[in-house]
Design a protein around this ligand. Structure first.
Ligand code: PAF
Length: 277
């Protein structure tokens, strides 16, 4: 496995007739990332993973500085799971002092997490545009856990005619149902118990819908009660939206994305479920 830091060097990797599967990450790799790397390995000639804690997607009072990092362990996981190249760009090269250009998918980035993280998705789409231009992957792999991110990235690729196929992969959960996230590492044992209530509330919503409940206020209120059983939990949002435009739905119809964000202690957690009738 090769490590590359320089943009010029990785730009030379793409060859005709060799497909590249790309897994963009911010490091601190977990089983969710591993599932993306494995899928990329199955579907491509070459697998490239990037590790870059992208400053432009963090707000001024967010956890950029303290975002967990463990490069040695990350490289081991990449190697064990069949990565050919790990790209570790330098912040100064990605964002030189005279950097001025941002890519924004309007509207889609304003709802759900965009309400409390107004510049987050602009940072994500900007860094991904750069990474796609630099690496020129055939396919790029994203987890469904960040459902809004996945929808926004697909829209950006469509709108800007980018030559990359975006592949969404299922959420990976711990045995007890907690959606795996690098931020889970911030949770105390007690907070972790409270964090389990996110998935429990989604399962409850699914059961209610499957048993015929169509009223969103009723379902939301049951979910709220479940989540707030955890005394460390504060709800940011519980939203019911369509899976393309992320517009709120007024009643449960054929397919709905239920997306939630909760502060558990000081840790912001997200989870979601697509429920189909
Ligand atoms: O999902 C993430 O880890 C990040 O948002 C991504 C896609 C690597 C962009 O920095």
């Amino acid at each position: 496995m090769k490590l590359i830091n320089s943009i010029d060097e990785i730009k030379k990797i793409k060859k005709e007739n060799t497909t590249i599967g790309f897994v963009p990450t911010m490091g601190y790799l977990h089983e969710g990332h591993v599932s993306l790397i494995k899928r990329a390995r199955e579907e491509n000639d070459m697998v490239i993973t990037s590790i870059f804690v992208n400053p432009t997607q963090f707000g001024p009072n967010e956890d950029f500085e303290k975002y967990p990092r463990d490069e040695k362990r990350d490289l081991q996981k990449c190697e064990e799971n069949g990565c050919d190249i790990v790209f570790l760009p330098q912040k100064e090269e990605m964002y030189p002092n005279d950097f001025l250009t941002y890519v924004e998918v309007e509207e889609l980035g304003k709802s759900l997490c965009g309400k409390s993280r107004p510049t987050h998705f602009r940072g994500v789409t900007t860094v991904l545009t750069k990474l796609f231009n630099i690496i020129k992957p055939d396919k790029a792999y994203f987890g469904q856990k960040d459902a809004q991110q996945l929808i926004i990235v697909k829209k950006m690729v469509e709108d800007l005619n980018m030559d990359v196929e975006i592949i969404g992969c299922p959420i990976v959960r711990e045995k007890d149902g907690l959606a795996i996230s690098s931020r889970n590492t911030y949770l105390s044992p007690e907070e972790r118990k409270d964090a389990l209530l996110l998935n429990k509330s989604l399962i409850l919503a699914k059961d209610l819908i499957e048993n015929g409940e169509k009223n969103i206020s009723t379902i939301r209120s049951e979910m709220e009660k479940t989540i707030l059983l955890g005394k460390n939990n504060t709800i940011d949002y519980i939203d019911f939206v369509d899976i393309e435009k992320l517009n709120p739905v007024s009643e449960i119809q054929d397919k709905v994305l239920i997306a939630i964000a909760v502060e558990t202690g000081k840790t912001r957690l997200i989870d979601n479920m697509v429920v189909e009738l």
